[in-house]
Design a protein around this ligand. Structure first.
Ligand code: SF4
Length: 325
């Protein structure tokens, strides 16, 4: 099996955007790749945050990831700060990463603009830590969204620069393309994000799911019940593609384009399917919340496996660098 690395920020409970954009793919990828799946708390500290809440955020994320179906016997699920070699390799890569390359990262510019009061060196160096996350395990596959492709290209450049200067050690990883179509938040305007309050927590109750979907944006050109709509211009229809079978999607398409159904009917059908789809997740989550030791155990086993690989890589790095081991 080829090795794959993927990380997720410990943002607390999962929402639909994380689930559809990342975790749903992880559950599939663990069948075909040897997956290192990491909760990246060292990345998270580059943003303003409340230290008292960090551990809880990590635990909630781990619980949700496991509840979604990531299997700790198949994939290595771990917390980044439990494997100190991540930051060690980051420092080594700082010695080969180009300052100019980092300065051109669009995410650095975006994040600096978003948090002008906290433009720390970690925000600048973030892509180098990402390169270390991936290359520590010599991963050859990384599932990335379009907004991360520039960072993966930097990872390849760093691998190349290291190999050129010190001798071949690291692969140049490739992107694993995701089948996930572009999905905006429920407001139909921006990317799904907790901070924008335009998403839905996976752990929401049936009532909350129905209420949130009832408020979701639809085809803006369909103003009244009598107007015909265009599902291809409707963000809510994108959710039907994930949660509804082909027959139901065809029913929506036909009903929407002829005005046989209203958006309320369409949203009710979607809510039924979302609730049904999340049944297994909810059952597993309830079990994990009742037995948090299962989450701790999974993370501990994951950290041990990750550390064993990470140590081997760092031994090789030390040799290449000519350090006094
Ligand atoms: Fe969107 Fe459904 Fe309304 Fe059509 S009927 S505009 S697909 S919510």
């Amino acid at each position: 099996m080829k090795t794959l690395f993927s990380g997720i920020q410990p943002s607390g409970e999962l929402h639909l955007g994380n689930y559809l954009g990342a975790i749903r793919n992880w559950v599939d990828l663990q069948e075909t790749y040897f997956c290192y799946l990491c909760i990246v708390d060292y990345h998270a500290i580059t943003q303003s945050y409340e230290p008292k809440l960090m551990k809880q955020r990590v635990l909630e994320m781990a619980t949700d990831v496991l509840a979604c179906g990531v299997d700790p016997d198949k994939a290595v699920l771990f917390v980044q700060s439990h494997v100190p070699e991540h930051t060690e390799l980051c420092w080594v890569f700082n010695a080969v990463a180009g300052f100019g390359d980092l300065s051109r990262m669009t995410q650095f510019k975006d994040k600096s603009a978003r948090q002008p009061e906290n433009v720390n060196v970690g925000v600048f160096d973030y892509p180098v830590l990402q390169a270390a996350d991936i290359l520590l395990y010599k991963a050859v596959a990384v599932p990335v969204g379009a907004d991360q492709s520039q960072h993966l290209e930097l990872t390849r450049r760093i691998a190349r620069a290291f190999n050129h200067r010190f001798g071949k050690l690291f692969p140049e990883p490739d992107t694993v393309l995701s089948q996930t179509p572009k999905l905006l938040g429920l407001d139909g305007k921006a990317k799904m994000s907790k901070s924008l309050d335009n998403t839905l927590a996976l752990a929401a109750t049936d009532k909350q799911i129905r209420r949130s979907l009832a408020r979701a944006a639809t085809d803006p050109a369909r103003v009244t019940r009598e107007d015909k709509g265009d599902p291809d211009n409707c963000n809510l229809y994108t959710l039907h593609r994930f949660f509804s079978d082909e027959e139901r999607q065809a029913w929506v398409r036909q009903g929407c384009t002829t005005a046989d159904i209203g958006c309320v009917d369409c949203k009710n059908a979607l809510a039924d399917n979302v609730i049904d789809h999340l049944g297994d997740y909810r059952r597993r989550r309830e079990d994990l919340l009742a037995h948090p030791e299962k989450v701790h155990d999974a993370l501990q086993r994951g950290a041990e496996k990750a550390r064993a690989t990470a140590r081997k890589t760092m031994e090789q790095v030390h040799k290449k660098l000519g350090l006094w081991a």
